[in-house]
Design a protein around this ligand. Structure first.
Ligand code: 6GU
Length: 269
């Protein structure tokens, strides 16, 4: 996969040289290129923004500078802009976007070429997303959560790491992708323990030292259900009760959830 990140703060993305994503790059699985948006400015001051039409606070990033940058890193030729555009998926991190989830990461991990356009100030002129959609480029405006950051760079880091670790060969043991939080089961991950078996007066639960695989599996599922019930009522509501066994329903009942009209609902106290 190739990912081009365009930003006015390329140094922000230096963290992508490290760890898993860094290894994926070294192994040739991920061709990640970080660009300075100002390389596509034409004036002496290397201006990327201007005041908003209609008034209001802050500055808006200019569409002409972004257009040159995105055309260039996408390899859009003047001869066949529409044919080339379909080969690229444009990702625009923005707090006003749709929520970026594990499902989004999975979908983006199947793409061949992502271009991530990091906005600063009050955002990027809306004609940029409109233009690339109109030439047939898939455009995803995505938020990483309900809070405001100063720009798209940290969100781009989040997205590149979440997508990068899903590329075949990046995570050494693909099984570690199976049971994790926000996987297909729709549950948070169970708590994990390692040596020493006693740390101060805190002991690892006996069942995990028992070697009894069926009981360990059941205990972990109970913990995942209880944790999800305590922390993420939205995820409990999204569960399909048809996929739960009698024991699952007992654990959820103990946490105050029962099935009403085929859906999980919190019991009223
Ligand atoms: Cl993608 N960008 C900014 N600036 N703030 C955010 C965000 C993105 N996602 C959540 N907050």
């Amino acid at each position: 996969m190739r990912i081009d990140v365009v930003t006015i703060f390329p140094d922000y993305l230096a963290a992508l040289d490290l760890s898993l994503v860094g290894k994926a790059r070294a192994a040739g699985i991920l061709d990640l290129r970080v660009h300075d948006l100002r390389d596509w400015t034409t004036d002496r001051h290397r201006t990327v923004d201007d005041t908003p039409f209609g008034g209001g606070a802050g500055m808006v990033m200019r569409p002409d500078v972004w257009g040159r940058a995105i055309d260039d890193v996408s390899g859009l030729s003047a001869a066949a802009p529409e044919r080339d555009a379909r080969a690229v998926h444009l990702v625009v991190p923005t707090p006003s976007g749709e929520t970026f989830t594990q499902r989004t990461a999975e979908a983006l991990a199947t793409e061949e070429h992502l271009v991530v356009a990091c906005g600063r100030y009050e955002g990027i002129d809306a004609r940029v997303a409109e233009h690339y959609r109109s030439v047939g480029m898939p455009v995803s405006e995505l938020s990483i959560g309900d809070y405001v950051l100063n720009g798209g760079e940290v969100a781009a880091l989040v997205m590149v790491e979440a997508v990068g670790r899903l590329l075949p060969g990046v995570v050494g043991n693909p099984e570690s992708l199976v049971e994790e939080s926000h996987g297909a089961a729709g549950l948070l991950e169970y708590p994990v323990y390692t040596k020493p078996p006693a740390w101060g007066d805190l002991e690892v639960p006996d069942v995990l030292l028992s070697g009894h695989h069926a009981r360990i599996h059941r205990w972990r599922r109970d913990q995942a259900l209880a944790r999800t019930a305590a922390r993420r009522p939205d995820m409990v509501r999204a569960l399909d009760p048809e996929t739960l066994d009698r024991h699952d329903l007992e654990v959820l009942a103990a946490a105050g959830w029962s099935v009403v009209d085929g859906r999980l609902e919190r019991d009223v106290p």
